[in-house]
Design a protein around this ligand. Structure first.
Ligand SMILES: *Cc1c(COP(=O)(O)O)cnc(C)c1O
Length: 433
């Protein structure tokens, strides 16, 4: 039996525990939703004031040069590049994940059309984050391709010579399952398939080595584990061997080789700068710096290796405590137990029919009852076929403690045992789940 004292002892030994002081977290809140919107770095409020009062207020237009606004997408990209195994000068922060995915998928479709015009398929996972599938559907329409949706165990056999592009998300948002990027990329390349990886639930959460895996393109967002703030710009990377082969489709002036020549004809910038499009949200992008700075701070504690070790210890503990203390309440586990297949979140399942009046699974109401107690996770609707809804808990090793895990599971146990989740106020569905 694991006890509260055991968890406190783990905290006492935790070499990363000082990092929590870099975050503004309200008292009484156990925040297990950093996989959806990361917590606020303490430095962000002062940085926001500086950008608004000084850089915008006093510097005005001069801040494009004096405050370095113009180079911020590349400077942030250079700072973050080593965390996903790429080199400085290869990565930019800009636009959203959806938009960046459109850019790289289109570039990949154009390359495939030139190199392998008979290939007509893009493969992805059926349970990929829907925006990825929606963007792929648009690219398929434009390029006469077909989107083929797979279960994870079907991916290996689906890598055939009919496939132009593999578009996969490294860590699944709904299950927390992590794919083997190096093995899938190698198998895909052996069949001549281009590989696009979405790192939304990986960046800052798990070790990633894009160049070690020889990936072709990657995108990911910064408001989840990178703690960039709501709507902070996403990143985009293309392998140097491919970067200059095509324009990306959103050929705006920031991606021009010489934007301030104001020439009528588009000339793409060499390298990743061609993936920029237009003027960026500088206030938001400036705050992202505070999130990335925390990661730079962690280097003295062992960087991603230490973060990963703690993340796995947190998710292991959560799974063990849920099984020990919440057995018999209809919860299942969607997240793999195998470390090499797990991201930084744990997803519990509940079957449809277990909710109030047998109508739904009750998962949404359980999450609402937990949030009312200050334990913030979230709910994701089941995929229909399996009739399993998801209770999702993200574990950010930067600011979640082992005692937090204990307390969260104790709240979950109390919510389930008391059946408080059945109250009407917890069964009202909000616009954002
Ligand atoms: C969070 C997430 C997104 C979000 O895309 P936006 O364009 O930022 O809204 C996209 N894809 C995946 C896999 C995600 O997890």
């Amino acid at each position: 039996m694991i006890t509260l004292q055991d968890c406190q002892a783990l905290d006492a030994k935790d070499t990363l525990r000082a990092l929590r002081a870099h975050f503004e977290l309200p008292d009484g809140v156990i925040y297990l939703d950093g996989n959806s919107l990361g917590a606020q770095p303490k430095a962000a409020a002062a940085r926001a004031l500086q950008v608004v009062q000084q850089e915008w207020g006093k510097g005005l237009i001069r801040s494009w040069n004096d405050a370095g606004w113009i180079s911020l997408p590349t400077r942030l990209g250079d700072q973050f590049a080593p965390w996903i195994g790429v080199d400085a000068g290869e990565l930019v922060f800009t636009d959203t994940t959806s938009i960046n995915l459109y850019k790289v998928l289109t570039a990949a479709a154009r390359i495939a059309r030139e190199d392998a015009p008979t290939r007509k398929k893009i493969i992805s996972e059926r349970s990929n984050f829907p925006t990825d599938l929606y963007i792929a559907q648009s690219v398929c329409q434009e390029y006469g391709l077909e989107l083929v949706l797979l279960e994870p165990e079907e991916i290996a056999d689906a890598l055939t010579e009919e496939v132009a592009i593999s578009m996969l998300t490294h860590v699944n948002y709904r299950t927390g399952a992590m794919l083997d990027m190096a093995a899938i990329t190698a198998a895909a390349h052996a069949k001549g398939i281009l590989c696009v990886w979405d790192l939304c639930h990986s960046a800052g959460a798990v070790p990633v080595d894009l160049k070690g895996a020889d990936a072709d393109f990657a995108v990911g967002c910064s408001y989840k584990y990178l703690n960039g703030g709501p709507g902070s710009p996403a990143f985009v990377w293309a392998h140097p061997r491919l970067i200059n082969r095509f324009w990306q489709p959103l050929s705006g002036w920031f991606g021009h080789a010489a934007p301030f020549q104001f020439t009528p004809d588009y000339q793409p910038a060499p390298g990743i700068n061609r993936y920029l499009c237009g003027t960026q949200p500088l206030v938001s992008m400036s705050l992202l710096q505070c999130g990335l700075d925390v990661f730079t701070q962690t280097e003295k504690y062992g960087g991603m290796r230490a973060l990963r070790r703690k993340s796995l210890a947190l998710t292991d503990l959560f799974i063990a405590l849920v099984e020990q203390r919440c057995a018999g309440y209809g919860l299942g586990l969607a997240t793999p137990r195998e470390h090499s297949q797990r991201g930084s979140q744990v997803c519990l399942t509940r079957e449809e029919g277990l909710g109030v009046d047998g109508k739904d699974s009750g998962a949404y109401a359980i999450i609402q009852a937990l949030i009312a107690r200050g334990v913030v996770g979230d709910f994701r609707k089941g995929d229909g076929a399996k009739h399993l809804d998801i209770l999702r808990f993200g574990f950010t090793p930067l600011y979640v403690s082992f005692e937090d895990v204990w307390c969260a599971v104790e709240h979950l146990r109390q919510v389930l045992e008391s059946e408080k989740w059945k109250r009407p106020e917890f069964n009202q569905i909000n616009a954002v789940t």
